[in-house]
Design a protein around this ligand. Structure first.
Ligand SMILES: [Zn+2]
Length: 345
């Protein structure tokens, strides 16, 4: 099989001031991603619920001049070059898609997700995501001239803890030849595994995860959902893997609807856990790169200590690029699996 979930416990001992300076041991764990070898640490204080900052005033103030609210979005956001998209903007359901004023690449747009200025994670609906993903896919379909050499990328930074300066929910959608360092590593290591083993890493990975059930969350006709053994998030990353699919253009409407339905459940679970912010990214390959299977990755984001706006990206994470997890991927998968099972009864 070739899939190895490597982990090693480390014990740190100290005299604890909260226990009369008695000798105390605390455990942490070092893990390695089975494909890339990327390492991460699971902290001993796993399982904490992040305290939420009070966003009420920020949300209220930001709504007064929000460019993405319905009364402004068609008046003050940019329009596409008529030679490219004569309609100016693309709309589907509540989703409105227009050029990004701060482009990431030659083709770079924003897709407002919904008309409401702010939603808790539990207040989104599957229809909102189906419409927005469809709108983004249609945009990419129209602007990408050579699909064999261009990645169609969609990301979501939701709320300031995830790097968003706008409260109003919106996606970034862009096309280009460089998908980013993390996707590039996944793709190249997946391609190498394919050359070596004659089958995709992701086939073996899903088989191993489905057999152990340790990090298994849910599956449908088009997707398998898991928590990540070495999450990027300080909490737990949830990933949807699309077997034998490489790009967004490989997904039909049924696949997008299934994705939106399970994603909606994941967000409702995260909301219940006190999560108010997240990053989400589609991770495609190029057509024909069979060593990689298309994925959607959800990374919950928080302030570690909101009263001082402390983020969860210290040097360890930002400069050493080492994951530092405070939620157990295994415990989270068990809870999320049960949450989705209950919701579907
Ligand atoms: Zn707004």
């Amino acid at each position: 099989m070739g899939i190895e979930f490597k982990k090693q416990d480390r014990i740190a001992a100290f005299l604890n001031p909260f226990q009369n300076f008695e000798r105390t041991e605390a455990k942490c764990q070092i893990r390695r991603d089975p494909l890339t070898g990327r390492s991460g640490r699971l902290a001993h204080f796993i399982g904490i619920k992040p305290p939420a900052p009070d966003f009420e005033k920020i949300i209220e103030d930001s709504e007064k001049n929000c460019p993405f609210c319905p009364e402004n979005v068609l008046a003050i956001t940019p329009k596409f070059d008529p030679d490219e998209i004569p309609e100016g903007r693309l709309e589907k359901g509540e989703s409105v898609l227009f050029p990004n004023l701060l482009p990431y690449d030659a083709h770079s747009a924003i897709a407002v997700l919904c008309s409401q200025h702010h939603k808790r994670l539990s207040e989104f609906t599957p229809e909102i995501f189906t419409d927005a993903f469809t709108n983004c896919r249609n945009y990419l379909d129209r602007v990408i001239a050579d699909k064999n050499q261009t990645y169609g990328l969609i990301t979501w930074n939701y709320m300031p803890a995830a790097g968003s300066s706008q409260m109003h929910p919106h996606l970034q959608v862009y096309a280009g030849q460089t998908p980013g360092n993390f996707p590039e590593r996944l793709i190249s290591d997946g391609q190498e595994y394919f050359r070596e083993h004659g089958r995709p890493y992701w086939e073996d990975y899903l088989a191993a995860e489905t057999r152990s059930m340790e990090r298994f969350v849910a599956s449908g006709d088009h997707t398998t959902w898991l928590t990540d053994f070495v999450s990027l998030s300080a909490l737990t990353d949830v990933i949807a893997v699309f077997p034998e699919r490489q790009t967004l253009f490989d997904l039909d409407d049924h696949a997008l609807e299934e994705t939106a339905r399970i994603l909606d459940q994941v967000l409702k679970y995260l909301d219940e856990q006190g999560v108010y912010s997240l990053n989400m990214a589609w991770l495609p390959a190029l057509p024909g790169q069979r060593g990689h299977w298309l994925q959607l990755r959800i990374s919950p984001r928080i302030y570690m200590a909101p009263h001082v706006w402390c983020t969860e990206t210290p040097s360890l994470v930002y400069q050493y690029q080492e994951s530092f997890m405070i939620w157990s991927p295994e415990d989270t998968a068990g809870q999320l699996r049960e949450f989705i099972r209950q919701a579907s009864l």
